[in-house]
Ligand binder design. Structure first.
Ligand code: SAH
Length: 237
């Protein structure tokens, strides 16, 4: 039995998972009176599961995507819910030149940042903070999916500077949370599995935000299916 925490950015990404676990989306707990994160707790396959979603921005009434809320969710999972296995599940942009396709779900072997450029000796590597996640390959095989490199930054669009770093790291996927979550779980040496479903093709012809919304439902459905399969496989590690 494990204490599994599933960290997710957006309500819509989590909807299919909640449905499959028969959790009412209106029955979330709060993690704190001040913080917007929502948590759903349940048991599945003898594991304690906490699903932590970043919640809504108090000021702007939109979902708290990005690295800062993801870090809070992760530290909460570890300190308040004693998580010993962390899953970051969400959507991502994909690069078709590396084989990505809309709705395809991947595990992640390497996380890296592309928007923390600090050209001072020693700080460069701290900025990019490349981390390896050895369990990704094993789970990719068990789930019958592929694994790849994800690059994280706090923007949905891609500046030319971001693009250079993403390219130099041969990233297959681009998101706004993974590397930040990896930084936290690295401090505590907690095994972390990233499961990412592609909503948009970054190097394609459609504007990212349009493609993102057009494919969010499909990508989240596929994500929910793989998440359930994954949780059912966890005792096999
Ligand atoms: N416009 C949306 C916000 C989407 S932000 C809204 O108003 O609700 C994008 C979310 O999906 C982030 O959590 C990020 O991790 C992921 N994502 C999907 N495609 C992405 C891309 N091309 N680049 C970066 N993040 C992406």
């Amino acid at each position: 039995m494990k204490n599994i925490a599933v960290i997710m950015a957006m309500d819509s990404e989590a909807k299919p998972l909640l449905e499959k676990l028969k959790i009412n989306p209106d029955q979330a707990e709060k993690i704190d009176d001040h913080l917007p994160m929502k948590v759903y707790k349940t048991q599945y396959h003898q594991h304690n599961i906490s699903i932590i979603i970043s919640g809504e921005c108090k000021r702007n009434k939109v979902q708290n995507v990005g690295t800062a809320p993801a870090v809070i969710s992760t530290i909460t999972a570890i300190k308040d819910f004693n998580a010993d296995f962390i899953i970051n599940a969400g959507t991502a942009g994909g690069f078709k030149k590396r084989g990505a396709d809309i709705g395809k779900v991947y595990t992640v072997e390497t996380t890296v940042f592309h928007d923390r450029r600090i050209p001072i000796p020693g700080y460069q590597d701290y900025g990019t903070y490349k981390s390896q996640h050895d369990i990704a390959k094993k789970f990719a095989t068990l789930l019958g999916i592929e694994t790849g490199i994800i690059s994280t930054g706090d923007s949905l669009d891609m500046s030319p500077e971001d693009e250079k770093l993403i390219e130099s790291n041969l990233a297959l996927l681009k998101d706004m949370e993974a590397a930040a979550i990896a930084w936290v779980t690295d401090q505590y040496s907690i095994p972390t599995l990233f499961l990412k479903s592609v909503t948009d093709i970054v190097d394609g012809e459609h504007p990212t935000e349009e493609e993102f919304f057009a494919n969010l439902k499909l990508a989240s459905e596929n994500l929910g299916e793989k998440l359930i399969e994954l949780i059912e496989l966890i005792e096999k590690i």
